[in-house]
Every structure is written in structure tokens, then in C-alpha cells.
Design a binder for this molecule. Structure first.
Ligand SMILES: [Zn+2]
Length: 266
């Protein structure tokens, strides 16, 4: 059963990955994601439905526009594949929980979709658009509250709200202390992540945020030591927040158990 659900979620994830490409491409430029339909950036020909099948079309066209032969970036199928894998993995995780948490599927689908979209946009533009965090943070909160109520676990709503407010407040303090190290986009994104991880548990919120700083520090030091980046270069923090959140989501309870047994508390 969990395998079937994961397979279906994976296929759905490819389609949402295709939409993620549109969002990644257009939202930083302030353009509508609904209109006009996707077109080749060189010759302007609208993409036909048969050439818009995730991953498959890119492979069949060998990464080129059907009309003018302009190369299509491999980023498009990669984003689709990653989104498919994220959806499949999340569905597998929720379906194999005991008892399975079907109600959380929409919320967690939105959660991992956002991780992917923000990571690519922040990496490319060094910004996390309000056009994403403003509508999708309350949307995630509503989906999580619905899941908690449908599962008969209203207490989880408190963890969701504490997680969101706590992560927001923590990063806000850091951003006020060191405005060059962190932007308000990161602070608002942390609220979104705190909500989603709060549903898993407050331990997952701590692991997600702490993990982001740990991974961010290690990679930043690595980039400076190998001279790929200078000491003064701005390294976007959003991707690290996303990686920390994903690790906390999928392995949070194992990490917490390992930590508690290591310090002799369990
Ligand atoms: Zn073309």
C-alpha cells in the first residue's frame, strides 16, 4: 500500500515539478504563473502539450526546442525528477507511519515543493520572494490544522504554531544582530519551515534550524578554504534552511533518539 501511494505521489510530483519550473522562472521577475503559456525563449513558439510531459519530452527532444533547436537547460528535467522523488519519499514516510497519516499528505506535499522552489530561486537570485512566503505560509498552516483536527490530535496545532513563531523569532533576532548574514526573506521562510516541522514535533524544528547552521557553516568554510568563494562573498542561506528542514523532516525522530541516548537520557 505504501509503495503504491509513493508511486502515485511520485508521478504527481513530476507534474508539480513542471509547475515548479514555471514558478522558479517567473516569480522572481514578478510575472504571472498562469499566463501566458510556456514558450521557447528563443523563437517564442508555444510549448505543445506533447512536448510538455515532465522529463520524457526533454529526453525525446534531446534537450532542444522542436522548432528552432535552441538548447533547453537540463535544470528543467532535474527539477521535475527531484520534485517527483521528494513527493514519493514524503508519501512513503507518511504512509508507513503507524498509523498512516493520510491527512498530512497535502500539507507535506506543499512543504517539500516549497523547499525545492525556494532553494533554486535563492541560489540563483539571492532572494526568497514574498510572493511565495506570504500566500503559502498561511496556506500551510491551514492544511496542518486540518490534518491535526482530522487525525483527532488538536494538541499538534500548538506545536505547529510554536514551531512557526519560534523559528521566525530566532532568525529575526539573528538578522537584527547581523543584517549582512541573513535577510528578511530567510526570516519569513523560517516561519514556513517552523510550521511544517512543528507538526512533526518541536524537536524537529530545533534539528532543522540547527542543522541548517551546521551544514551552512561547514560548506561556507569549505568554499572559502578551497577559494571557490571569498570571505566577503554573500552565500545564500535559504538552501541550507531547506536541507536542514528536509533532514529534520525525514530523520528528525531518529536524530533526536540518537542524541538522547548519547547523552544518557533515554
Ligand atoms: Zn525555439
Amino acid at each position: 500500500m505504501a509503495g503504491l501511494v509513493a508511486l502515485l505521489a511520485g508521478v504527481l510530483g513530476l507534474a508539480f515539478g513542471s509547475f515548479a519550473n514555471v514558478v522558479i522562472h517567473r516569480v522572481p521577475e514578478g510575472r504571472s504563473v498562469a499566463r501566458p503559456p510556456s514558450a521557447c525563449p528563443r523563437c517564442g513558439t508555444e510549448i505543445r502539450p506533447r512536448d510538455n510531459i515532465p522529463v520524457v519530452s526533454w529526453l525525446l527532444l534531446r534537450g532542444r526546442c522542436r522548432d528552432c533547436g535552441a538548447p533547453i537547460s537540463p535544470r528543467y528535467p532535474v527539477v521535475e525528477l527531484v520534485c517527483g522523488a521528494l513527493f514519493a519519499g514524503t508519501a512513503w514516510w507518511l504512509a508507513s507511519a503507524d498509523p498512516p497519516d493520510w491527512w498530512a499528505l497535502p500539507a507535506m506535499g506543499l512543504f517539500v515543493w516549497m523547499l525545492l522552489v525556494v532553494t533554486v530561486i535563492d541560489y540563483e537570485t539571492r532572494r526568497i520572494p514574498n510572493a511565495l512566503t506570504y500566500p503559502l505560509t498561511p496556506a500551510l498552516a491551514v492544511l496542518l490544522v486540518v490534518a491535526a483536527l482530522a487525525n483527532g490530535e488538536p494538541g499538534r496545532i500548538v506545536d505547529v504554531l510554536i514551531g512557526g513563531a519560534g523559528a521566525f523569532a530566532f532568525l529575526l533576532v539573528l538578522a537584527l544582530i547581523n543584517p549582512r548574514g541573513m535577510g528578511m526573506g530567510d526570516v519569513k521562510y523560517a516561519a514556513f519551515l517552523g510550521l511544517g516541522l512543528g507538526y512533526v514535533g518541536l524537536g524537529a524544528v530545533v534539528i532543522g534550524i540547527f542543522g541548517a547552521f551546521l551544514i551552512g557553516s561547514v560548506i561556507s568554510i569549505g568554499l572559502i578554504v578551497t577559494r571557490l568563494r571569498g570571505r566577503k562573498d554573500m552565500i545564500p542561506f535559504g538552501p541550507f534552511l531547506s536541507i536542514g528542514a528536509l533532514l529534520a523532516l525525514l530523520f528528525g525522530s531518529q536524530i533526536a533518539d540518537a542524541y538522547l541516548s548519547a547523552v544518557g537520557l533515554a
